[in-house]
Design a protein around this ligand. Structure first.
Ligand code: C5P
Length: 403
């Protein structure tokens, strides 16, 4: 299968020794069915001749912003509009710095400013230049603007050093270019995920909580991001690293969690995987509770109901596609079906927390997913990461049916 069939790619070639690989890259892109136009910086043309790239791409190479002949064939703005993808390989430290600054002092940087297409950079430079804080800051800037980074790889370098900064191989770059065109199942969707336990304070040093580790919710956040979603992860106290690109909000109590979720609305999909405390102490003592004679026989702690976060959000006018969890120790499917109805959900994920190898605080999970028609999909026991990907895929197909 040609993964780049009829895709229009402007290949920008910067002035680094890795430019010798650009010839091979043109071949790999053409092999995948792409149409390729090459734009070189002056530096790039010192490393590899425009004639080589012209012969391989079958089109004149663009070198100068003010070249009347090239501009007559396809002007720089036309070229910027023509591109489905601008792939710059090699992207040198200087070129990345100029792009980060928004300069337009040659044809390639002008094109980057003028195009609406995805721009991907394949960095290639000496490892010390790569590590330099200036380069790293420039990379942060361009990534924050939505430019993609392909690589670099680590290994031996033309200058004799060993480290990060080698340009990726042409075959890998062609694959990554093709990935840019794969529409992902949740592109453009905002997914709100609750995770972990809540803590309900009794006094300044004591609280009530449960065994939830947050692993399932965090795995769901990762899987939703992989599927192209924008993810807000509202989590109770857990010991887990934030998944890349998730926007994480840390909360303590159920009421904090509800407030954070309401502030994060609207969303397209709500996945409530948090184990929210159903009750909280009616009053939080201002001072540490003491063992005084009055409580010698024991003490009563009066608890009041917490708000139901899931039911509150799924009951709103701007109701998202709502997915709940039913962690049960008995009558799993009955209780789950009842919750689906009572909380006005689209899907409920039922899991048996009485089984010690799955559920709370374990690495694996197994569950049944039940929909409004009470159809049941079984997801057999496997890692929480795999279960999360299967759940996200299932949610993605269902949300497209609802729309
Ligand atoms: O009612 P129960 O706690 O068993 O329901 C579980 C589902 O409801 C989970 O998806 C959980 O995240 C959500 N829930 C909630 N707010 C609560 C209680 C549960 O969002 N106060």
């Amino acid at each position: 299968m040609q993964r780049l069939y009829r895709k229009r790619i402007v290949l920008g070639v910067g002035g680094g020794i890795a430019a010798y690989k650009s010839a091979e890259l043109v071949r790999r892109l053409l092999e995948q069915g792409a149409e390729v136009r090459v734009v070189m910086t002056r530096g790039g043309s010192e490393f590899i001749t425009p004639l080589t790239l012209q012969a391989l791409s079958g089109h004149p190479v663009h070198l100068d912003l003010l070249d009347p002949a090239a501009e007559a064939a396809m002007g720089h703005i036309e070229l910027a509009r023509w591109a489905d993808l601008v792939l710059i390989a090699p992207a040198t430290a200087d070129l990345i710095a100029r792009i980060a600054q928004g300069l337009a002092n040659d044809l390639l940087t002008t094109l980057v400013l003028a195009t609406d297409a995805t721009v991907a950079l394949a960095p290639a430079m000496n490892q010390a230049m790569w590590r330099d804080p200036a380069t790293q800051a420039n990379l942060d800037t361009v990534q924050a603007r939505g430019l993609k980074l392909f690589g670099p790889a680590s290994g031996s370098q033309a200058c004799g050093d060993i480290g990060l900064g080698r340009m990726l191989e042409p075959t890998d770059l062609a694959h990554l270019a093709a990935d840019c065109f794969q529409r992902q199942a949740l592109t453009g969707k905002h997914v709100l995920i609750t995770a972990g336990p809540t803590q309900e304070n009794i006094d300044p040093v004591r609280y009530i909580t449960n065994h939830s580790s947050g692993k399932m919710g965090f795995a769901l956040a990762e899987a939703a991001i992989e599927a192209g979603a924008r993810v807000t992860l509202v989590t109770g106290p857990v010991h887990l690293p934030t998944p890349d690109r998730a926007s994480r909000i840390d909360v303590v109590s159920a009421r904090d969690m509800l407030a954070a979720c309401e502030a994060a609305m609207p969303c397209d999909i709500l996945i409530a995987s948090a184990a929210v405390a159903d009750y909280r102490p009616e009053v939080i003592a201002a001072q540490k509770l003491k063992k005084d004679p009055a409580t010698a026989d024991g003490m009563l702690l009066r608890m009041v109901r917490n708000p139901d976060i899931l039911a509150t959000l799924s009951g709103r006018q701007d109701r998202p596609f709502s997915v709940g969890f039913a962690a049960e120790t008995e009558n799993l499917l009955d209780y789950a079906a009842r919750k689906l109805r009572d909380k006005n959900l689209d899907l409920i994920v039922a899991n048996d927390v009485a089984n010690p190898s799955i559920g709370f605080n374990s690495e694996e999970n197994a569950c049944s997913v039940i929909d409004r028609q009470l159809n049941e999909t079984l997801l057999p026991q496997t890692s929480k990461g795999k279960i999360a990907r299967q759940l996200i895929a299932l949610i993605a197909t269902r949300i497209h049916q609802v729309q």
